[in-house]
Design a protein around this ligand. Structure first.
Ligand code: XUL
Ligand code: CO
Length: 437
């Protein structure tokens, strides 16, 4: 096959002093941080849909991106060729994982049987390229939101036949994910939500979603797929309200449906901010609940209220994300998947490199800063001291669940008013954080 990214070689680590825009300044894959190679901490993944399918169109204008390798057709040959281009890109970039939706990699046919056949043909090429390069599948997923049949949802569609179609599509997507050695499988509830409550039976839709995911767990066992299941929360867009609103909502839903041991969350930075949270908030809560799985690495725009999926470059965000991740023990099956797209104005193939290099360097800096914060331990010590009253005496009994309202009443009536808590030192801590960035 002809080289698609001509003139661009393997992206190398050249260090902070380099002025080469096509080199890493901070991401040095073999460098050890806390005794582990950066590549194994960060587990970078390329999102197939944005990187190789998206053309840069938006609601006001058509595609702008130059993709000289793409003949614009819906043929299997073009899809297979796109796979080879993708692996050339990932190999040159040094990304070790990728993620895809079924309909990104292979064209949708007129029937499900035809779509499955198309998928099988492209999976064959994906398998060959994985073997050739050693690049692995972080997770696979099914696109249950683009086709008009899913306009009213998939697992929460009011049409039982659409529910069945979605189940069959997910079953096939799980099978190919297994075939490709995928380490996970993601459920993003594309249109699982509503536009209007005037036409929606919410109780019934939530029950259907629970049933759908329970059947997916059953099928996973049936086909012996060992990957991790993820739910990707998002509060809105395309629907007004999406049922997988945020980590807290997803956890409640999993518990209510007996699924809390079968799923973790795949957290996306831009989805967190759409939900009115910081990215770190979502990571911290997921870690506290034991469901932190994987990350869709991107960022939103403070001035735009939708899912802009920009490449992550905010050093505070990347540092705080890595701080929470390291404190939680790091990724097991998950990774940092760049669910991000180049700007509509960034039209040349080389821009895909600039975008990913920037994201990888930003997270590498975040990782190093977070490791230093952990080594110095000043934030951890502050937090530990702040809760010291729970380490002994009555506080310890509260922590262990060994007391009751009666005892607490007697205790505090005898003791009198609590002493004022020491200063929370918000500004001092923020100033210290700045020293690490
Ligand atoms: C949409 C989104 C998806 C999921 C996979 O906002 O993030 O691309 O990551 O379906
Ligand atoms: Co995503």
């Amino acid at each position: 096959m002809r080289e698609a990214f001509k003139g661009i070689g393997k992206i190398k680590f050249e260090g902070a002093k380099s002025s080469n825009p096509l080199a890493f300044k901070h991401y040095n894959p073999d460098e050890l941080v806390e005794g582990k190679a950066m590549r194994d901490h960060l587990r970078f993944s390329v999102a197939y849909w944005h990187a190789f399918c998206g053309g840069g169109s938006d609601q006001f204008g058509s595609a702008t991106r130059q993709k000289p390798w793409d003949d614009g057709s819906n043929s299997i040959e073009n899809a297979q060729n796109r796979v080879r281009v993708a692996f050339e890109f990932m190999e040159k970039l040094g990304a070790e994982f990728y993620c895809f939706h079924d309909r990104d990699v292979a064209p949708e046919g007129d029937t499900l049987a035809e779509s499955n056949k198309n998928l099988d043909a492209v999976v064959k090429t994906l398998k060959e390229e994985q073997k050739r390069t050693g690049i692995k599948l972080l997770w696979g997923t099914a696109n249950l939101f683009s086709h008009p049949r899913y306009a009213n949802g998939a697992a929460t569609s009011p049409n039982a036949d659409v529910f069945a179609y979605a189940a069959a599509q997910v079953a096939k997507a799980m099978e190919v994910t297994k075939e490709l050695g995928g380490q996970g499988y993601t459920f993003w509830g594309g249109r699982e939500g509503y536009k209007s409550l005037l036409n929606t039976d919410m109780k019934r839709e939530l029950a259907h979603l629970g049933a759908f995911l329970n059947m997916a767990v059953e099928y996973k066992k049936e086909i012996k797929f060992k990957g991790q299941f993820y739910i990707e929360p998002k509060p809105k867009e395309p629907t007004k309200h999406q049922y997988d609103f945020d980590t807290g909502t997803v956890y409640g839903f999993l518990k209510a449906n007996g699924l809390e041991n079968d799923f973790k969350v795949n957290l996306e930075a831009n989805h967190a901010t759409l939900a009115g949270h910081t990215f770190q908030h979502e990571l911290e809560l997921a870690a506290a609940l034991g469901i932190l799985g994987s990350v869709d690495a991107n960022r939103g725009d403070l001035l735009l209220g939708w899912d802009t999926d920009q490449f992550p470059t905010d050093l505070y965000d990347c540092t705080m994300a890595m701080y929470t991740l390291l404190n939680a023990g790091g990724f097991k099956t998950g990774g940092l998947n760049f669910d991000a797209k180049v700007a509509r104005e960034s039209i040349e193939p080389v821009d895909l490199f600039h975008a990913h290099i920037g994201g990888m360097d930003a997270f590498a800096r975040g990782l190093k800063a977070a490791a230093k914060m952990r080594k110095d331990g000043c934030f951890a010590k502050f937090v530990k001291d702040r809760y010291a009253s729970f380490d002994a005496g009555l506080g310890k009994k509260i922590d262990k669940g060994n007391t009751n309202f009666g005892e607490l009443q007697t205790y505090i009536l005898a003791k009198g008013n609590p002493a004022a808590s020491p200063s929370a030192r918000v500004e001092m801590l923020e100033n210290i954080l700045n020293e690490y960035i």
